[in-house]
Write a protein that binds this ligand. Structure first.
Ligand code: ADP
Ligand code: MG
Length: 277
């Protein structure tokens, strides 16, 4: 058994280019739990993921993030990775000149004490085993990171990174986009194999489909840069069947997006504006 995991986001607000995108997000993820964040496009889901990871473009203006009591916002980007935070990105970057294997080995060793680096043999064995599990062609180990990978191959490669790095908190941002159904099942299988009491998951997805394969414990809906509704897996099923309109109606939200050009015309959150009154 590894150590228990408790990841807490409390009242997080964040700006991009002086525009407020996150407007008070609070969420606690314990080890063993899978939380799904769903929501239409442009509601701040990826911004939340980037703010957690410390992307320099996103300025946190209020709130706290802690991992096992440690202040994440105080950490540099690389420290966050070493502390056990991992993000599988919606749009993974291509890094020509660095092979997949080299990248992974340095990332693993960056998380280890000096003198305790993973041996080449052990690394290769692990890498081969995980790539097999993900049904990846072995040649991908020696390709430059994400260069010329198809959308689906990039997503599989993100999952490979997750499996090799064994993070404490895994964030998957639209890992299902660009995947055909077979690839989706393989990716979900990889994620499910990593579920354990000493790891928490935050799964961002636009569609419920992924959640047929990765059963979430909690489902949250994001609109206007905050979590406006939370529930169990049944919430995802209702969203799949009925879309997001009923949530907007229930909460009196006219435009669910955040930070767009029509911002000024939005009805403020929590404004009681029932349609028929
Ligand atoms: P989602 O992931 O829910 O689709 P995002 O978090 O990507 O939404 O975007 C929320 C809002 O923030 C959008 O209006 C988007 O245009 C804006 N935004 C996100 N990232 C950037 C960025 N790097 N530069 C400028 N605007 C951004
Ligand atoms: Mg997004």
């Amino acid at each position: 058994m590894g150590e228990a995991v408790k990841f807490v986001i409390d009242g997080l607000k964040a700006n991009i280019e002086n525009k407020e995108i996150l407007r008070g997000v609070s969420l606690t993820i314990n080890g063993g739990e899978v939380h799904a964040i769903m929501g239409p496009n442009g509601t701040g889901k990826s911004t939340l993921a980037s703010a957690i990871m410390g992307h320099p473009k996103y300025e946190v203006t209020a709130g706290r993030i802690t991992l096992n009591g440690e202040d994440v916002l105080e950490m540099d980007v690389d420290e966050r990775g070493r502390a056990g935070l991992f993000l599988a990105m919606q749009y993974p970057a291509e890094i020509p000149g660095v092979t997949n294997a080299d990248f992974l080995r340095s990332a693993i060793n960056a998380r280890r004490e000096e003198g305790n680096e993973i041996s080449l043999i052990k690394f290769i064995r692990q890498l081969e085993a995980k790539m097999k599990e993900l049904e990846m062609n072995p040649e991908f180990a020696h390709r430059y990171l994400n260069e010329g990978f198809s959308g689906g191959e990039k997503k599989r490669n993100e999952i490979l990174q997750m499996m090799m790095l064994e993070p404490k908190l895994v964030i998957l941002d639209e890992i299902d986009s660009g995947l055909d159904i077979d690839a989706l099942k393989i990716v979900a299988g990889g994620v499910n194999a990593m579920r354990s009491d000493d790891r928490g998951f935050l799964i961002i997805t636009h569609y419920q489909r992924l959640l047929n394969y990765i059963k979430p414990d909690f489902v949250h809906v994001m609109m206007q840069g905050r979590i406006v509704k939370s529930g169990g897996p049944e919430l995802a099923e209702r969203l799949e069947a009925e879309g997001y309109d009923w949530v907007k109606e229930e909460l009196g939200i006219v435009d669910e997006t955040v930070g767009g050009p029509e911002e000024e015309f939005k009805v403020p959150m929590n404004t009681v504006a029932p349609k028929y009154n």
